[in-house]
Design a protein around this ligand. Structure first.
Ligand code: GDP
Length: 446
């Protein structure tokens, strides 16, 4: 996701490292590099111009700061400006005072609308809502069926026209769906509408008719982040043709550039509300401009990580480990290490999780190639140790190493590496737990 932009900006900031203060020439050079980085990432030209202008102006005005060095100040400015172009504050769904809340989806065919409808429904269901999906995309062959299949996977009811009269009237289906929701006490209705491969007048008219028939509380424009500059044009066409309240970016997993998607909010003045980054129904979440900016700048995405951790972590176990790491409740042992690893694994693939940590951008290649079986090997090694060894790895001498490596089917050097890494990791985790933060992080506010 936005890897090109991340890498280029990281290079730019690297050039500023070690500078005591920024000269006019430094600022100009930096602004030029940021401009190239944004253009290469496919950010729309007007957005680039405004962005670079703002960064330049603010960079000139910065006070000599005790807390931040010049490179950090520029990073902070770029971060703020990124948050701004992404729409500022997180925009949450507005629910109707009198349910059902009607959400209408619009966008081109293939933008990921039908998939998104199910993702949104599942997400709402997890938040405690009882959504109803309405299949009003009668244009694309199979769209109704696809929504039904996805709805079933999400465990959400789908309102669809009777099979047989496939041509049907999408406006009537949409209206019928909302009535059905009212009758059966669903509190949210998600109306999937037809898309075309390109923007055309008939399609816009149909979307307008559906909009007028169901008076949605939120119209969401769904756009594929991979379509490049067309995203901006399409977004504008839909804004003029149908109008919408927010944008949903899909297929963020697919594009290393994705800058066009970054421009949509800025150009249309409509916030990005959700992001979809994968084919699984759970690859979906609220879009947080500040977190996305943090991710692009490789400051990590600690908030998302923490939220995921909160969802999956065994609180009691985590508290126990934290106590040990801060020097209360005994030593943090290999047993704890393994438990933590298993917890982390529940959150998803390790490379995805590591990618959310600050400063990991430079290791992207290694992360992408990370062999998840490595974890199995580590577990096998720890399991081949005696309880005493796990509690106090210092006692693991040469002959114990031999025995452990045999028992786990690994090399003696693997056992060495694991033990060394454990001590290193423990040291790092202890300093993190004590400092309440991540070592080596620039002193960034916010
Ligand atoms: P619609 O025509 O707008 O309803 O689009 P679909 O929901 O049918 O999606 C088109 C294709 O994109 C399907 O093959 C989906 O599996 C795929 N797709 C949808 N969302 C994502 C996403 O976030 N990431 C990836 N990689 N593929 C997606």
């Amino acid at each position: 996701m936005f890897a090109t932009l991340s890498d280029r900006l990281a290079d730019t900031f690297k050039n500023l490292r070690g500078k005591g203060r920024l000269s006019e020439a430094d600022i100009d050079a930096t602004a030029r590099e940021i401009r190239v980085a944004l253009l290469e990432a496919d950010v729309a030209l007007p957005v680039v111009k405004e962005f670079v202008g703002a960064v330049k102006e603010r960079a000139r005005g910065v006070e000599v700061s005790q807390a931040l060095n010049p490179a950090q100040q520029i990073i902070k400015i770029v971060n703020d400006e990124l948050v701004t172009i992404l729409g500022g504050e997180t925009r949450r769904l507005r629910f109707a005072k009198n349910p059902p809340t009607v959400i209408m989806l619009a966008g081109l065919q293939g933008s990921g609308k039908t998939t998104l409808a199910a993702k949104l429904a599942l997400w709402l269901k997890e938040q405690g809502s009882s959504p109803l999906l309405v299949a009003a995309d009668l244009q694309r062959p199979n769209a109704v069926n696809q929504l039904q299949v996805n709805g079933e996977r999400a465990g959400v009811k789908v309102y669809a026209p009777e099979p047989g009269n496939g041509v049907g009237d999408p406006v009537a289906v949409a209206r019928g769906g909302v009535e059905e929701a009212r009758r059966t006490l669903h509190d949210v209705v998600i109306v999937d509408t037809a898309g075309r491969l390109g923007v055309d007048a008939e399609m816009m008219q149909q979307a307008r008719d559906i909009r007028d028939a169901v008076t949605p509380d939120e119209v969401l424009f769904v756009v594929d982040a991979m379509i490049g500059q067309d995203a901006v044009n399409t977004a504008q066409a839909f804004l003029d043709g149908v109008g919408y309240d927010g944008v949903v970016l899909t297929k963020l997993d697919g594009d290393a550039r994705g800058g066009a998607a970054l421009s949509v909010a800025s150009i249309t003045g409509k916030p990005v509300m959700f992001a979809s980054a994968g084919e699984k129904l759970t690859d979906f979440d609220l879009f947080h401009p500040d977190r996305m900016a943090g991710r692009i700048l490789d400051m990590g995405d600690m908030l998302t990580l923490i939220e995921q951790a909160e969802k999956t972590f065994d609180q009691e176990q985590a508290a126990k480990a934290a106590a040990k790491l801060t020097g209360q409740g005994g030593d943090f042992t290999l047993t704890d290490f393994m438990e933590q690893m298993q917890q982390i694994r529940k959150m998803g693939s390790l490379s995805k999780i590591m990618g959310m940590l600050p400063g990991m951008g430079q290791f992207r290649d290694q992360l992408d190639n990370f062999d998840e079986r490595e974890i199995d090997r580590i577990q096998a090694i720890i399991q081949s140790m005696t309880p005493a060894e796990r509690e106090n790895p210092k006692i693991i001498d040469g002959s114990r190493r031999q025995r452990i490596s045999k028992g786990s089917g690994t090399q003696v050097s693997d056992v060495n590496t694991l033990v060394d890494r454990f001590f290193e990791a423990r040291k790092m985790m202890m300093s993190m737990a004590k400092g309440g933060g991540i070592p080596g992080m620039p002193g960034m506010p916010g």
